[in-house]
Write a protein that binds this ligand. Structure first.
Ligand code: PLP
Length: 426
């Protein structure tokens, strides 16, 4: 958040609380939300999307990985304004289905800037990719080769290999995706026999990876595939797709990027690097921190010393794939709603739930989502301040695999309105 973000909203600064002693981050969230609640005093949950932050993240990417073209993984969050901003920032795109491809083409992106990065695809989906000119496709099984030969023989293939080390990531992918080392040579030979062109290698070290060495071992394995292709007298491979897994927290991203840079230089000679195209498929990196989710407490039950709250978002909405520890750490309680005329308290109190709050009493608390399933519980037994119906619970960093994964169970879905913050750089 920065001050420029505020300028994009109609001015309501006279309503903004100025006595917060918390850090800038929480303070700006409080200001922005207070303004939005004044504009739209409904109790519905909503998102705030900071597009300026997305541009900043692209700058960070280019600074740290100038030689790696990002193909944003649309699956992570396909919000149209996020996609449009990434188009404007020069991103390419990783799509996993015809509908994702369609949404990116509709933004005017050339099919050359799309990779169809789903190793197993329905025949009709491969046919669609051929029709619209998406010509870079991943695969990791022999069965896929025959489908591609039949429906899209002119495309270039990336062989997806299993990353050798997925430790340290929160969302491993290797049990489903990626050729094993002993499968690589037979797969390359089968592709060659089918008369298809292998352009290079892809891998994914697992989602939200804090083990930066995982990129090093994966790049070493990728180099072995380049060598195997040479042994089989195939045309030289020239594309290296280092997948996703990047987190946006600056020091972690910088460390991951440094490992990628050094490892590419270790395993590929200067001459090899001259003809090498390196791409990546970051999802979380660009989406996670850009979205803040604002929920409303819609119910409360007191059981002795325990507190139970219902909020109007939950497991079946945006929170299925967010781990509870992250949710708690990202949570801010805003006691800014009351039933007074403009819907905003004169002295809103702001509490950061995951940290001590200046001696304020906390209670063992459970947070339920709104549906009728008892599994729709997003926090359990965590210490939260005493809250009331109509207080707001704000969750930061809610852009990755949140609304994109929501269902309509019980007719709820996920937050429907997104307020957009843009930076005025003029
Ligand atoms: N590429 C592929 C093939 C994926 O499956 C995923 C996530 O599942 C991504 C990229 C995006 O990964 P992340 O959000 O960890 O950057």
């Amino acid at each position: 958040w920065n001050v420029k973000s505020l300028e994009a909203l109609p001015s309501a600064l006279d309503q903004v609380v100025t006595n917060s002693r918390l850090g800038d981050d929480e303070y700006f969230i409080q200001k922005i939300i207070s303004m939005i609640k004044k504009l739209q005093p409904s109790e519905e949950a909503f998102y705030v999307l900071d597009l300026g932050l997305v541009s900043n993240l692209m700058d960070t990417w280019k600074r740290n990985l100038p030689m790696v073209q990002p193909f944003y993984a649309v699956k992570c969050n396909p919000h149209p304004n996020l996609l449009a901003t990434l188009v404007a920032q020069g991103s390419s795109f990783d799509c996993a289905s015809p509908s994702e491809i369609e949404s990116i083409l509709a933004l005017g992106v050339s099919p050359d800037h799309i990779i169809y990065a789903n190793p197993c695809k329905a025949s009709s989906h491969i046919k669609y990719a051929a029709e619209v000119g998406v010509n870079l496709i991943t695969y990791d099984s022999v069965g896929e080769i025959e489908k591609i030969r039949k429906w899209h023989p002119k495309c270039s293939l990336l062989i997806r290999i299993k990353a050798p080390d997925e430790s340290g990531c929160n969302w491993p992918l290797g049990s489903k995706f990626g050729a094993l080392p002993e499968e690589v040579s037979p797969l390359l030979q089968a592709t060659q026999t089918a008369g298809l062109r292998v352009a290079g290698v892809s891998f994914h070290v697992g989602g939200e990876s804090y083990n930066f060495q995982a990129y090093k071992t994966a790049l070493e394995a990728a180099k072995a595939v380049f060598q195997e292709a040479a042994k089989l007298s195939m045309p030289p491979l020239h594309v290296l797709d280092i997948g996703g897994g990047f987190v946006s927290e600056p020091s972690s991203f910088e460390a991951a990027a440094a490992t990628v840079k050094t490892s590419v230089e270790t395993y590929f000679s200067e001459e090899e690097r001259r003809s090498l195209t390196v791409i990546a498929e970051p999802g979380r990196f660009f989406a996670e921190t850009a979205f803040t989710l604002v929920t409303n407490i819609i119910g409360k039950r007191v059981r002795g010393e325990d507190r139970q709250y219902w909020i109007n978002e939950g497991f079946y909405g945006s929170m299925m794939l967010v781990n509870p520890k992250t949710l708690l750490e990202s949570c801010i309680a805003l006691k800014c709603m009351s039933n007074n005329s403009d819907g905003i308290e004169k002295n809103p109190v702001l509490m950061v739930c995951g940290k001590a709050t200046g001696g304020a009493r906390t209670y063992s608390s459970t947070l339920f989502g709104p549906t009728c399933d008892s599994a729709d519980k997003v926090l359990e037994g965590d210490q939260l301040p005493e809250l009331e119906v109509n207080n707001l619970l704000v969750f930061r960093n809610m852009g990755a695999y949140t609304s994109a994964c929501s269902s309509h169970f019980n007719g709820f879905g996920s937050a429907k309105i997104t307020y957009i913050l843009t930076h005025d750089d003029s």
